[in-house]
Ligand binder design. Structure first.
Ligand code: HEC
Length: 121
């Protein structure tokens, strides 16, 4: 009986320590391979031709090959990681008239996508 009680207390303590982990600690660095998957999952290729992502040739948005070498994003923002993430998450906040929709991309997914796009020089 006592042994069982000790085990259940130990399990409870383990569960508590697992939950109290700082969420900032569990954040991992942006990863281009995950970004590639996220670009497919959010169907960015429904409007963009993206090297390395299979899809039909649609040209609603600009082709994203060489996007890392362009000085500006969407003709609006200096091209850097923070601005790229901001554009991917909320294009309408930056340019209310853009045809690119806000797609509910999470910060983490946007960072992974930006990591992949930054390899397209
Ligand atoms: C409905 C079509 C559509 C979808 C879906 C879409 N985009 Fe766009 N995107 C556009 C258009 C149109 C532009 C050009 C905006 C402008 O220049 O004002 C653009 C611009 C961009 C640019 C800037 C390119 C440059 O050369 O300046 C990036 C980066 C981009 N989109 C990434 C994405 C990502 C990542 C996704 C998926 C989360 C996505 N887009 C989904 C239409 C779309």
């Amino acid at each position: 009986m006592i042994a069982r009680r000790i085990i259940s207390i130990a399990t409870l303590l383990l569960a508590i320590t697992a939950c109290s982990k700082d969420p900032a600690e569990s954040r991992v660095d942006a990863n281009p391979e995950r970004g590639k998957i996220a670009l497919t999952q959010y169907a960015c290729h429904a409007c963009h031709v993206i090297p390395g992502i299979t899809g039909s040739k649609v040209f609603v948005g600009p082709q994203l090959d060489g996007v890392a070498s362009r000085p500006m994003i969407a003709g609006n923002l200096p091209n850097n990681t923070e601005n790229l993430v901001a554009w991917i998450r909320h294009p309408k906040r930056i340019d209310p008239l853009t045809a690119m929709p806000d797609m509910g991309v999470t910060e983490e997914h946007a960072r992974d996508m930006a990591a992949y796009l930054s390899t397209l020089k």
